[in-house]
Write a protein that binds this ligand. Structure first.
Ligand SMILES: CC(C)(COP(=O)(O)OP(=O)(O)OC[C@H]1O[C@@H](n2cnc3c(N)ncnc32)[C@H](O)[C@@H]1OP(=O)(O)O)[C@@H](O)C(=O)NCCC(=O)NCCS
Length: 152
């Protein structure tokens, strides 16, 4: 996957959690955005991996996935700062998460996306994800989610 020169994908560190929280609050409104505690949880969870897209300007995007079982991985989130979108950073982060999940033994990636989040839903569908079911009142604000999955 070609991303812009100078952008690298690396594992997140504890020092990144403030930046990850800020990015998530730009990408999602309260109460859907995660707080610092959530990022710390995933960083310390041995079944989860957090990867960031780093640049000369600092971290500009990130993704988190969790191994739910030996074969099933779960995308927790994928965020790219608005001013850095459409430069294949989201695709690169997704590809990297797929590769890592496969290396860990996953054959399926599952995610939830808000039914109103057309951009993300289209993004996932164009990358092979299929909708499997609607989960009513999935989010804290009681809004619905589509569950989607992809064979890895
Ligand atoms: C969804 C999201 C992660 C995509 O990130 P991104 O970095 O813009 O993704 P990409 O650049 O890889 O792809 C976006 C589109 O831009 C296109 N694109 C990539 N490089 C491009 C370029 N140089 N010029 C024009 N278009 C380009 C891609 O082809 C892609 O279009 P496609 O889906 O039709 O293939 C981003 O929109 C986001 O952070 N949204 C808010 C958070 C969110 O909703 N996350 C999902 C939670 S479930």
């Amino acid at each position: 996957m070609n991303i812009e020169p100078g952008i690298t994908i690396r594992r997140a560190k504890p020092a990144d959690v403030g930046t990850l929280t800020d990015i998530d609050h730009v990408c999602f409104s309260t109460p859907l955005a995660y707080e610092v505690e959530t990022f710390l949880y995933y960083l310390n969870d041995r079944l989860s991996e957090t990867w960031v897209a780093d640049s000369a300007m600092g971290v500009i995007g990130f993704t988190i996935f969790e191994m739910e079982s030996r074969e099933r991985a779960h995308f927790i989130t994928l965020d790219v700062l608005p001013e850095h979108r459409k430069k294949r950073i989201g695709s690169a982060l997704m590809d990297h998460a797929h590769e890592r999940a496969r290396e860990l033994g996953a054959s399926l990636m599952v995610l939830q996306v808000a039914v109103v989040n057309r951009v993300a839903m289209d993004f996932y569908e164009r990358r092979g994800y299929a909708k499997t079911r609607i989960i009513k009142r999935y989010y804290e604000d009681k809004s619905d989610a589509w569950e989607m999955e992809l064979g890895l």
